[in-house]
Design a protein around this ligand. Structure first.
Ligand code: UTP
Length: 306
């Protein structure tokens, strides 16, 4: 899907926090991890993985929780399935299945014992992170773009050495669903962030630029996470820690992402992503667009109804 970035990247590790409860997607998420739900032809997590690999990420830290075993199994080898596919001569499917499983040791799984917030989930990875900058990917956020969104952030990080967060413009009435940035200076699509405010009411929103689920973070963020308490929604918020890092003298950039972002953590966002991705799918797209046209046509009304 993506072209490999030509720029040498210093960011090799990505943290994928997947320990949330997914309450917006109940009842499905009562027993299925949200990340395993299928978006068109692949589980959500595969989109994050493809984007990260295309951006040069080599190591993955999944912050998981009870009930997420399906996620670990997804990236594991599947000897019985593979031998059946060999017997049946299904080399195409065999290749797909083998491509998914990563080399042993490439993915580390750690547990967040209670869903105390995104900031806390990132903090849970602290002993595995060392002293290098790292990426954070929220699998809920699917970003359709020519250059992988994470690659766009890495380029700005490589130019500046600073933490970089992905931004999108939002409808100001929706501010209570986002972390918003306060800024005084922009350079094209790059914003020098002064502070972040998590889920403010529209009257207190510092701008209409919202943080979305891709981050490059310098290691100072781990100290900042040590120093913050609960924030909005009684959760330990990553945005609060980023704000504290700025106060402590570590500059943070925001990058308006070139692409379209879908919030697949919500039912409507997930449906929107399904339509957009299916419509532009290389093999399914044509048939899907025909289905949509037919659904909009006059003969979709059941007989006898007006
Ligand atoms: P969300 O805000 O979407 O929360 O988290 P959620 O629990 O997944 O879903 P809802 O709001 O109840 O429907 C954004 C990302 O942060 C992770 C989630 O798994 C998701 O990838 N997260 C959130 C954690 O890993 N731990 C937490 O304590 C909170």
């Amino acid at each position: 899907m993506f072209q490999m970035s030509s720029m040498a990247s210093k960011i090799k590790t990505a943290v994928l926090p997947v320990a949330g409860l997914g309450t917006r997607f109940l009842p499905a998420t009562k027993s299925i991890p949200k990340e395993i739900m299928t978006l068109v032809d692949r589980p959500l997590i595969q989109y994050s993985m493809d984007e990260a690999l295309a951006a040069g990420i080599e190591q993955f830290i999944f912050v998981t929780s009870r009930g997420k075993n399906a996620l670990e199994d997804y990236f594991d080898r599947s000897p019985i399935l593979e031998s059946v596919l060999v017997e049946r001569g299904r080399d195409d499917l065999l290749e797909t299945v083998r491509d998914i499983s990563q080399d042993s040791g490439r993915i580390a799984y750690i547990r967040q014992h209670s869903p105390l917030g995104l900031g806390h989930a990132v903090w849970c990875a602290r002993h595995l992170l060392g002293n290098d900058p790292f990426a954070v990917i929220l699998t809920d956020d699917i970003i359709q773009s020519d250059q992988p969104a994470l690659g766009q952030l890495i380029e700005i990080h490589n130019e500046t050495g600073h933490s970089v967060v992905a931004l999108t413009e939002i409808d100001p009435t929706q501010s209570e669903h986002y972390g918003l940035v306060k800024y005084s200076h922009t350079d094209g699509s790059v914003v020098a962030i002064d502070a972040l405010v998590e889920k403010p009411p529209p009257t207190e929103a510092p701008s209409n630029l919202a943080v979305i689920g891709r981050y490059i973070l310098t290691p100072d963020i781990l100290q900042s996470l040590n120093g913050i308490g609960q924030g909005a929604g009684q959760e330990i918020q990553l945005t609060d820690a980023i704000s504290l890092s700025i106060t402590n003298g570590y500059p943070v950039k925001g990058l308006l992402i070139n692409g379209t972002r879908f919030d697949c953590g919500s039912k409507s966002g997930y449906l929107h992503a399904t339509l957009a991705i299916a419509a532009s799918h290389p093999t399914l797209g044509q048939a899907f667009r025909r289905i949509i046209r037919d659904l909009q046509g006059p003969h979709t009304q059941p007989t006898g109804q007006s």
